[in-house]
Design a protein around this ligand. Structure first.
Ligand SMILES: [Fe+2]
Ligand SMILES: [Fe+2]
Length: 229
C-alpha cells in the first residue's frame, strides 16, 4: 500500500474548545423563540432550547449513522480492491481506503467534541449500497466489466457520503460547533475528490474497454447465429 505523505491531513483532536460557542448559538435563538413561548404557556419552560437541542440530537443520530457506514466501508473497500483489475482503479481504491480509515477517526473526534463516546448505528442505506456492490461484482466477469461495476457501486457510495457530510457540516455550523464543522468539511472534500477520481478512471479507460468488450461479445454472438443458420 502506498504512503500518503501528501495527505497527512489527520488533525489533532479538536478538543472541547467549541463548547463555549454552543451557548452563544443558543443565546441568539432565545429571543426568536421567546414570543412563541408566551403564546403557549404550557410549553414555555424549556422552549428557547427546544429547536437547538432537537437539532443537536439529530446531528448526533446522523453522526452515529455515518460512523457505522465508514467502519463498514473499511471492510467493503478491500473486497472491491480484490475484485478490481485496472491498476488505476486499484490505486484509487487503495488511496480512498486509507482516507476512509482516517475518516473513522475524524468521526470519533467529532463525538469527542460532543462529549460523547463513539457509537455506531446501522446505516441501512449504506448496508444496501454495499450489498448491491457485492451483487454487481458477483454478477460480472472479472476484468473491465467488473471494474466498471465497481466504479458504479463506489460512486453511489461516495454520493451518499457527500450528502451525509454536507448535512452534518451544515448542522454543526448551525449549532456553533465550528471545530466539528471543520473536521466534517475535511472529510466532505475527500469524498468529493474520491468521486471525481473515480469518474476520471472510468473516463480514461475502463468504460471504453467495457463498451468494446460488450460490442465484441455481441458481434461474436451474431457471428455464431450467422454460422448456425
Ligand atoms: Fe468516507
Ligand atoms: Fe468515501
Amino acid at each position: 500500500m502506498k504512503s500518503t505523505t501528501s495527505k497527512s491531513s489527520s488533525r489533532k483532536p479538536a478538543g472541547r474548545a467549541s463548547n463555549g460557542t454552543k451557548s452563544s448559538a443558543n443565546g441568539s435563538k432565545s429571543s426568536a423563540n421567546g414570543s412563541k413561548s408566551s403564546a403557549n404557556g404550557s410549553k414555555s419552560k424549556n422552549e428557547p432550547q427546544d429547536d437547538s437541542s432537537k437539532l443537536h440530537k439529530l446531528f448526533e443520530e446522523e453522526l452515529k449513522d455515518i460512523y457505522w457506514a465508514e467502519k463498514a466501508l473499511t471492510k467493503a473497500i478491500p473486497k472491491m480492491i480484490k475484485n478490481a483489475t485496472s491498476e488505476e482503479l486499484i490505486e484509487a481504491l487503495e488511496d480512498h481506503l486509507e482516507e476512509t480509515e482516517e475518516q473513522v477517526k475524524r468521526c470519533e473526534q467529532v463525538f469527542e467534541i460532543l462529549g460523547k463516546s463513539p457509537q455506531a448505528k446501522k446505516c441501512e442505506a449504506m448496508a444496501g449500497l454495499i450489498k448491491e456492490a457485492e451483487e454487481l461484482m458477483s454478477d460480472s466477469d472479472k476484468g473491465v466489466m467488473r471494474d466498471a461495476a465497481i466504479i458504479s457501486a463506489a460512486q453511489k457510495v461516495e454520493h451518499y457520503e457527500i450528502a451525509s457530510y454536507g448535512t452534518l457540516r451544515t448542522f454543526a455550523k448551525t449549532l456553533g460547533l465550528d471545530d466539528a464543522a471543520d473536521l466534517l468539511e475535511e472529510t466532505l472534500n475527500e469524498e468529493k475528490n474520491a468521486d471525481e477520481t473515480l469518474t476520471g478512471v472510468a473516463e480514461s479507460a475502463i468504460n471504453v474497454k467495457a463498451a468494446n468488450t460488450a460490442e465484441g461479445e455481441e458481434e461474436e454472438e451474431e457471428e455464431q447465429v450467422e454460422r448456425g443458420k
